[in-house]
Design a protein around this ligand. Structure first.
Ligand SMILES: [Zn+2]
Length: 426
C-alpha cells in the first residue's frame, strides 16, 4: 500500500455506505415525492420495486438499503445510475451537500487520507445566487475541517458539470464569477469534471466550451480550474474504435486528467464475438478523424486504406445520421482496434495526460476483469501516469486503501499520485 493516501477520483455522494445513509437519513426530513420518483425509475431498470419504505422501520434497515443500493457485481451504467439516484432523492444537494461533505471528510480522515478531491455536482436547477451560497457553504466545511484536523487531511472540491454545452457554459460562468468574487477560497475549488452519461456527448460538442476554460486559465492563473474528463467508460452504443478516439479527442480539447479511459487499456479479446452499435454520424466522424490523423496513426502501426475509407464514407451518405449501425467484434475488427489502441497509447504516452484508474469501479461498470486484462496493466506497460481512485466507494463497497492494494496486485508498485493533484496541472 502507498504510504501517502491520495484520492483524485471520488464522487462525494458515492462515498456514502448503506450505514452512512441510514445514519444521515434517520435525522433528515424525507421527501416522499422524490423517493417515489426514485422508486419509479428503479422499478423500470430492475423490474422490482425498491424497499425504501422499510429503510428506517428497524435497525435492519441498513440491510434493506444495502440490498437496493450496493453494486458489487457487473452492472450496466443504467443500473448503477438507478442505485446512485437514491442519494439525491434522500439528500437533495441543497441543503444537504455540506452536511454530507462534513460526514465524509470525517470518515476519510479516519481512514488516513491526506489529499482528496471530492467531485460534487453543480446543480443546473439552482439560480445564480443559490449556486453562490451552495459553493460558499461547501468551502466553509472544507476550511472548518482542515483546521479541525490541522491539515492532516487536505480536502478540495471538483465541480461536476453536465456535458450539454448550454448548461455547461452557464454553470461554468457562474463558477468563474464566484472564484473572482472569493479570492481567498480559490484554492478549495480546483477543477471541473465532465461526468454522468458519456454516450451521446462526443468531445467535439464541448470543445468550444473547454477552449473558453483554457483561455480563462491562462488569463487568470490564480483562479484556474483543471479539466477532468470521464471518457472511455461507456461503449454500449459507441463502437470500441470510436470510444478510444473519444479518449484521444478529450486530450486534444484540453483535458488534464482522464477518468477511467477503460477502453484505451482494455484487453479487447474479452469482447471477441460480442456486438455493439453506434450511430451513422459517429461512424462518419470516426472515418473523417482517421483521414485527418492518418500521418501519426500510420507511423504508429495503424494500417489505413484511404480508398476503403472513401468508399465507406460514400456508403454512409444514403443513411440518416441517427440510424444505428451494428458493430461485430470479430477477430478482424479487434485487430484493427488493437492497432488503434496501440497508436493512441503510444501517442498519449508522449503527452502529460494522467489517467485516473478505479480498479473495482472498472470491473463493475466496464468489461475489465480484475486480472492481467485490466486497463491499468496496459497503462503501466505504456508508461502512462496513473492515479488510483475509489470512484464511488460507498456503492462499490471498497476503500481507497483496498483499491491501492488491488492496483498493486494487478500492476505492481505505483508511485504516489500527490503530484497529479489538480493544482499542479495548470
Ligand atoms: Zn467517476
Amino acid at each position: 500500500m502507498s504510504a501517502e493516501l491520495v484520492d483524485l477520483h471520488v464522487h462525494l455522494y458515492g462515498c456514502l455506505s448503506p450505514k452512512d445513509i441510514w445514519i444521515l437519513g434517520r435525522d433528515s426530513e424525507l421527501d416522499s415525492n422524490m423517493l417515489d420518483l426514485f422508486d419509479h425509475r428503479y422499478r423500470k431498470v430492475f423490474g422490482r420495486p425498491s424497499s425504501y419504505e422499510a429503510y428506517w422501520l428497524s435497525e435492519s434497515g441498513v440491510d434493506a438499503i444495502a440490498e437496493d443500493y450496493l453494486a458489487t457485481t457487473r452492472s450496466t451504467f443504467a443500473e448503477f445510475q438507478a442505485k446512485f439516484d437514491l442519494l439525491p432523492a434522500l439528500f437533495p444537494l441543497k441543503p444537504h451537500a455540506p452536511l454530507i461533505l462534513s460526514h465524509v471528510i470525517d470518515k476519510h480522515h479516519d481512514e488516513g487520507i491526506q489529499f482528496i478531491e471530492y467531485r460534487c455536482f453543480l446543480p443546473p436547477y439552482l439560480n445564480d445566487s443559490e449556486i453562490d451560497r451552495y459553493l460558499t457553504d461547501m468551502v466553509h466545511v472544507l476550511i472548518d475541517k482542515e483546521n479541525a484536523y490541522q491539515k492532516e487531511i487536505q480536502p478540495s472540491l471538483v465541480m461536476s458539470i453536465p456535458r450539454q454545452p448550454e448548461i455547461f457554459n452557464r454553470l461554468y460562468e457562474v463558477l468563474h464569477s464566484w472564484l473572482d468574487a472569493h479570492p481567498s477560497y480559490r484554492s478549495y475549488i480546483v477543477a471541473i469534471d465532465l461526468c454522468a452519461s458519456e454516450e451521446g456527448h462526443p468531445p467535439k460538442s464541448i470543445s468550444e466550451s473547454l477552449a473558453r476554460v483554457a483561455q480563462n486559465n491562462s488569463r487568470e492563473p490564480k483562479s484556474s480550474l483543471a479539466i477532468l474528463y470521464h471518457v472511455g467508460e461507456q461503449y454500449s452504443h459507441l463502437s470500441l474504435c470510436s470510444s478510444v478516439r473519444w479518449v484521444h479527442q478529450a486530450v486534444s480539447i484540453g483535458a488534464h486528467r482522464l477518468g477511467h479511459a477503460a477502453s484505451l487499456g482494455l484487453d479487447s479479446s474479452i469482447l471477441l464475438g460480442s456486438e455493439g452499435n453506434e450511430t451513422v454520424s459517429e461512424r462518419f466522424d470516426h472515418l473523417i478523424w482517421l483521414k485527418e490523423n492518418n500521418h501519426w496513426l500510420s507511423e504508429n502501426g495503424v494500417e489505413l486504406s484511404s480508398s476503403d475509407i472513401t468508399k465507406e464514407l460514400r456508403s454512409l451518405e444514403s443513411k440518416q445520421p441517427d440510424d444505428m449501425l451494428s458493430v461485430h467484434y470479430t477477430p478482424e475488427y479487434l485487430e484493427q482496434f488493437n492497432q488503434l489502441q496501440h497508436a493512441i497509447l503510444s501517442n498519449l504516452s508522449k503527452t502529460k495526460i494522467i489517467i485516473e484508474s478505479c480498479p473495482t469501479s472498472n470491473s463493475i461498470l466496464t468489461d475489465a476483469p480484475l486480472d492481467q486484462r485490466h486497463p491499468l496493466v496496459k497503462f503501466k506497460k505504456y508508461g502512462l501516469p496513473v492515479s488510483i481512485g475509489s470512484d464511488d466507494p460507498g456503492i462499490f463497497d471498497c476503500t481507497l486503501a483496498s483499491e491501492l492494494d488491488l492496483a498493486q496486485s494487478l500492476a505492481g508498485k505505483l508511485s504516489s499520485s500527490a503530484r497529479y493533484r489538480s493544482k499542479n496541472l495548470i
